[in-house]
Write a protein that binds this ligand. Structure first.
Ligand code: KG4
Ligand code: ZN
Length: 346
């Protein structure tokens, strides 16, 4: 493996990001990783507005690239290639990124590599820990929820995923129902520390169904019903009951993810020649109760548990630069006809 230095660009949702990653035979180094969020821009609308996101990406990409190169202390001439998220995601944002990357690649005469955003997340444990293929990956964020067996830089087998909401989305909606701030995940987790996870009985959706598919929208509806029952009884939502609801909801999500992880590990064992490994990525992987229950499952299977640092679990461009390096090493090259793909299953 030769030493490669790539610039990565990410703009598929509501984070504009640029990063420089160097990969050498000795290991990988993140020379810089700049992430510019847009939370304030979308806050008044209660969700990501695609047009606002696209405009903000177009405005901020150049600045993020400049800052990433400056922090890395290198110029475009020191790069071996440009990697960019080419999908899946919001089309306007993905197009902004692809256009920017094409301009840089053409201007500097560098190879261009289009990266699947989900592959970026799924390859992160190799960037951070040099994890060998094949490993099991659980992506859990506000937008994604799926189990993948990672067998190669472009070779993923999907074992199952959510059939409706992603868990982060459910955390956000539950926070809204309980008048807690956004993003809901951290707020619900904090409230949950003050509540009893066994106090309110909530469903564990799809556990009766074989396989690794999951569902979280019914759980959110169950929280709504339980909330309204409490409000009717108490003529309001007392603090203690709100904490109990948060704890019970979080426990239900953790139980579902743990049980489905058992099944995913079982399926993946057929591919695992050595000690099995389960890696997580996505904002929900920050949740301590969820992490703890996944770790318990890994102990049952004598599997290694890997959770990259949070800034690399959530959307960033270092994972895109690194995925670009892996694809480049595997011989991938894209041309100026690289298209933005709003839908792009792995
Ligand atoms: O990966 P991410 O930053 O963005 C994408 O969705 O792509 O994930 C954000 C999601 C949000 O829904 C947020 O509420 C959730 O991750 N999240 C959490 C926690 N921290 C963030 N969910 C549960 N517990 C947390 N501590
Ligand atoms: Zn993501």
């Amino acid at each position: 493996t030769q030493t490669l230095t790539f610039l990565g660009l990410e703009s598929s949702c509501d984070d504009t990001a640029a990063a420089v990653v160097r990969s050498t035979p000795e290991g990988n180094e993140i020379l810089s990783s700049v992430v510019a969020g847009q939370t304030e821009l979308h806050a008044p609308f209660g969700g990501v507005v695609p047009e606002i996101a696209a405009r903000a990406h177009a405005e901020k990409l150049d600045l993020c690239v400049e800052e990433a190169l400056e922090q890395a202390g290198i110029g475009l001439d020191a790069l071996d290639g440009i990697a960019v998220t080419a999908g899946p995601g919001l089309i306007g944002g993905v197009m902004s990124g692809v256009m920017c990357a094409k301009g840089l690649a053409a201007g500097a005469g560098l190879p261009l590599i289009g990266v699947n955003h989900l592959a970026g997340h799924a390859l992160t444990p190799r960037l951070t820990d040099g994890l060998d293929f094949p490993y099991l990956m659980l992506l859990v964020s506000g937008g994604h929820c799926q189990f993948l067996i990672a067998k190669g830089p472009g070779d993923f087998t999907r074992l199952g995923g959510t059939i409706d909401d992603a868990p982060g989305e459910a955390f956000d909606k539950v926070a809204k129902l309980l008048a807690l701030p956004q993003p809901g995940g951290p707020a619900v987790e904090l409230e949950a520390t003050k509540g009893d996870p066994k106090s309110i009985s909530l469903p564990r959706p799809l556990l009766d169904r074989a396989g690794c598919d999951m569902s979280f929208s019914g759980l959110k509806t169950a929280v709504l019903r339980a909330r309204d029952k409490i409000i009717a009884q108490h003529d309001g939502l007392p603090r203690a009951q709100r904490a109990d609801l948060c704890a019970s909801f979080q426990a239900a999500v953790a139980d579902v993810l743990a049980e489905k992880s058992r099944r995913a590990l079982q399926d993946y064992l057929a591919y695992a020649p050595k000690r099995p490994a389960l890696a997580v990525a996505g904002g929900v992987a920050a949740n301590k109760a969820i992490r703890a229950s996944l770790e318990t499952v890994c102990v049952e299977f004598d599997a290694e548990f890997l959770a990259p640092p949070l800034r690399l679990c959530t959307d960033n461009a270092a994972m895109i630069a690194y995925a670009g390096i892996e694809r480049f090493r595997a011989g991938a090259r894209d041309g100026m006809d690289l298209a933005a793909r709003p839908r792009w299953p792995l």
